[in-house]
Design a protein around this ligand. Structure first.
Ligand code: PLP
Length: 388
């Protein structure tokens, strides 16, 4: 399927990279569950030799994601962390990275516990404050690594301005766009050089696979990522690639519903007497609400809120019936979690406090269920607090 240049977002999601299978005409790219490909004669083959290097299911997903994120090429990996790991191999010993404080805990763990061993250096700053970003740049800085909105505080970084600052110093910018999804925000349009996804989340969307992707625009990045994907071999498997492809076809309509439900639930929580604070970019009370309106389409499916104490948070987390107590996010079903002890336990306590991940903080990945059922579920759990 050759898409017209000006195809729109939902059309791209359904069709980009999705040619009917050449051997049968199957409309859906098959799961090419194979490790090797038979050659017609010595040195004569169809472009496929060994499945770490090439797999048609993975190629279809990569073409799809490159178009969705408005990049030139995409590379898919075994997980979001493997995707970030591949991006970090663009760097070498002695290089310095400026990163968003309060980003995903696993990314922090990779940087601090693994990559410091190779003498990479990291400075974490509140990149919502552009002056802090600029001041952290050193002569050895070789990458700016941004996450917006952050997980779980939902703080935003102005992508266009941050990219202008970094590029002014000749530094490329990578953006972890997992939390927003490309329906809500496409960083390359704001100047980003590299976009990273945990496809495990909104891109798959159905909580049934783990995977990652890097989308690139620069030829030198593309050449290196293609090399390192094969050289290190942390590839996504064909079954998982196929599940993400199934997911991206419905990304726009799922995200519209995630956006709508999260907005309604954030408003409900903000008006609830038992809730101390709500963090959601769609609320006028959010410090970067104006930026959110410029940079995002809708405000995403994640909400965080404070309940005043660990005990009160525990009561709500243990009392919801429809929402599931689980890590992860971006699936069709609503998940509720406790960042301090679950997703962000690998960040030292003092640093957690500094970025606002207090023990009373609860995060919800709002699914696509009926909003009244989600409200009812939280209502009955919050009711227990007023009786305590
Ligand atoms: C989940 C997540 C990751 C890591 O992805 P995995 O697929 O679990 O390896 C990275 N960044 C963000 C923002 C995430 O939510």
């Amino acid at each position: 399927m050759k898409l017209r240049e000006n195809a729109r977002f939902s059309t791209i999601c359904v069709h980009a990279g999705q040619a009917p299978d050449p051997s049968t005409g199957a409309i859906i790219t098959p799961i090419y569950q194979t490790s090797t490909y038979v050659q017609d004669a010595l040195g004569v083959h169809k472009g496929y030799e060994y499945a770490r290097t090439h797999n048609p299911t993975r190629s279809a997903l990569e073409a799809n994601l490159a178009a969705i994120e408005e990049g030139k090429a995409a590379f898919c990996f075994a997980s979001g962390m493997a995707a970030t790991g591949a991006v970090m191999t663009l760097l070498k010993t002695g290089d310095h990275v400026v990163a968003t404080a309060g980003m995903y805990g696993g990314t922090y763990r990779l940087f601090e516990r693994v990559l410091r061993k190779y003498d990479l250096d990291f400075t974490y700053v509140d990149t919502s404050q552009l002056r802090e970003l600029e001041q952290a740049i050193r002569p050895t800085t070789r990458l700016v690594f941004l996450e917006t909105p952050t997980n779980p505080m939902l703080s935003l970084t102005d992508l266009a301005s941050a990219c202008t600052i970094a590029h002014g110093h000749g530094i490329p910018v990578a953006v972890d766009n997992t939390f927003a999804s490309p329906y809500v925000q496409r960083p390359i349009a704001f100047g980003a050089d590299l976009v990273i996804h945990s496809t495990t989340k909104f891109l798959n969307g159905h909580s049934d696979g783990v995977g990652g992707a890097v989308i690139a625009v620069r030829d030198d990045h593309i050449e290196w990522l293609r090399f390192v994907q094969n050289a290190e071999g942390a590839i996504i498997g064909p079954m998982d690639a196929w599940l993400v492809l199934r997911g991206t076809k419905t990304l726009p309509i799922r995200m519209q519903r995630h956006n709508e439900n999260a907005m309604a639930l954030a408003e409900y929580l903000a008006s609830h007497p038992q809730v101390a604070a709500v963090y959601y970019p769609g609320l006028a009370s959010h410090p970067q609400h104006e930026l959110a309106k410029r940079q995002m389409r809708g405000f995403g499916g994640l909400i965080s809120f404070r309940l005043g104490s660990l005990e009160r948070a525990r009561t709500v987390l243990n009392s919801v019936r429809l929402m599931s107590l689980a890590e992860s996010l971006g699936g069709v079903e609503t998940l509720i979690s406790h960042p301090a002890t679950m997703t962000h336990a690998s960040i030292p306590a003092d640093q957690r406090q500094r970025v606002g991940i207090t023990d009373d903080l609860v995060r919800v990945s709002v699914g696509i269920e009926d909003i009244e059922d989600l409200k009812d579920d939280l209502a009955q759990a919050l009711d227990l607090l007023s009786r305590a």
